[in-house]
Design a protein around this ligand. Structure first.
Ligand code: AAL
Length: 390
């Protein structure tokens, strides 16, 4: 082989090899690019924000015909006793929807209408004893005369605070609700009703027409112009952080809205009675349903479920206001109330969560919501006992 041929062959080989390299570089799918660039931990099992969920019966709070038990609060531990607060309706007729729920017939519109807040205790976290009513309806004509439900609990300077949704009659699709509060010296009550709401919906939009339909608006309002739901309390920066679920007037599916149908708001106070000042960055979560958060390391983690483009994710934020998706999860608990050991300790090294109670919403053959126990591992510590991969 003369030198010229050798040169041609070598350069052809070089071109082939470099073209193959270029081709290989280009042959990266979007999924692989995300895998390489985005996922800090490539194996879900090594991602501290990833968990699967196990479910067990919550004895004493399980299915009961005619009775709705739902939306458990975070669980607190006082001495060696665990406490949970939740929405309960007394044994009665099945819900009939907003249109037929005439206040004079005492027929509920849904499984959280005409409800009160009850509480239960447990020593072993599996067997629960319902202790009775914590907070009932307010006087007729007041902001809480129709239903009080979805409690969140706060322990602050030796006192106990329950925050909850309160609805005044009549209850229909356009009813705006408030967040109310009652306090006590003991987790067992008696509870003292704070005379005014502590949080109200944001700047109003303008409804269209007189028909009581939530989707019809002429002008949109704030992200929380219709509902402030599911208060959830943590202590950060020595302040009371109240997260809540928000709905705007109108529905994003029907109108061009600037805000999601379901989002998460934050309001911060220095005292349990407020004033609660809404974050300028609201909404701080663009998806989710019942709001579930816990201190984790030097920030706050959130379980985002059920609704919105980022449903079924665990998110984390260093400041409690700017959340990022950290893991995708499946079969998360509905309306979880986790046991958060350091919810109110102002920690900057949050330890995470391992269990709690959640609800099973109404099903066709089992129309009454009830509570179940769940387990997770969102502590960053791997255990052999708990499987972290599905
Ligand atoms: C819940 C909460 C609110 C809703 C309904 C009862 O889980 O998000 O309270 O209104 O569902």
């Amino acid at each position: 082989m003369n030198n010229k041929i050798l040169l041609i062959l070598t350069s052809a080989l070089f071109t082939l090899v470099s073209n193959t390299n270029v081709a290989q570089e280009q042959l990266v799918s979007s999924a692989m690019k995300r895998y390489q660039d985005m996922w800090k931990s490539k194996n879900p099992a090594d991602n501290e924000f990833y968990t699967s969920f196990n479910y067990q019966k919550a004895k004493g709070l399980a299915y009961e015909e005619g009775v709705s038990r739902r939306d458990p609060s975070q669980i607190i531990k006082v001495g060696d006793i665990y406490y949970v607060y939740y929405t309960k309706t007394e044994k009665g007729p099945a819900p009939v929807g907003y249109k037929k729920a005439d206040p004079s017939t005492n027929t509920p519109a849904n499984t959280w209408d005409l409800a009160s807040i009850y509480y239960a205790t447990s020593k072993d976290t599996y067997n629960w004893t319902e202790q009775g009513k914590a907070v009932g309806l307010g006087p007729k004509g007041e902001f809480d005369d129709r239903s009080v439900f979805t409690p969140g609990v706060l322990v602050w300077q030796g006192k106990y605070y329950l925050y909850y949704q309160a609805v005044q009659s009549p209850f229909n699709q356009r009813t705006k609700n408030v967040i109310a509060m009652s306090w006590s010296d003991s987790p067992n009550g008696p509870w003292h009703r704070h005379p005014e709401p502590v949080l109200t919906p944001g700047k109003s939009g303008v409804w269209q027409g007189k028909e009581l339909i939530r989707s019809k608006i002429e002008k949109e309002g704030a992200f929380d112009s219709l509902k402030v739901h599911d208060p959830y309390l943590l202590v950060k920066n020595n302040k009371i952080y109240m997260y809540y679920k928000a709905h705007p007037m109108g529905l994003a599916g029907d109108t061009q809205l600037s805000y999601p149908d379901f989002s998460g708001g934050l309001a911060i106070a220095e005292h349990p009675a407020g004033p609660f000042v809404k974050s300028k960055l609201n909404p701080v979560l663009n998806s989710g349903h019942e709001v579930v958060l816990w201190p984790y390391k030097n920030g706050i983690a959130a379980l985002v479920t059920a609704n919105g483009p980022e449903k079924n994710t665990v998110q984390w934020s260093p400041d409690g206001e700017n959340f990022e998706i950290m893991a995708n999860i499946v079969l998360p608990p509905d309306a979880a109330g986790p046991y958060v050991p350091d919810a109110y300790t102002n920690t900057d090294n949050g330890e995470g969560i391992t269990w709690g109670l959640s609800h099973i919403a109404q099903r066709k053959n089992k129309p009454w919501p009830h509570l179940v126990r769940f387990e997770a591992n969102l502590t960053g510590k791997k255990t052999r006992k708990f499987k972290r991969e599905n």
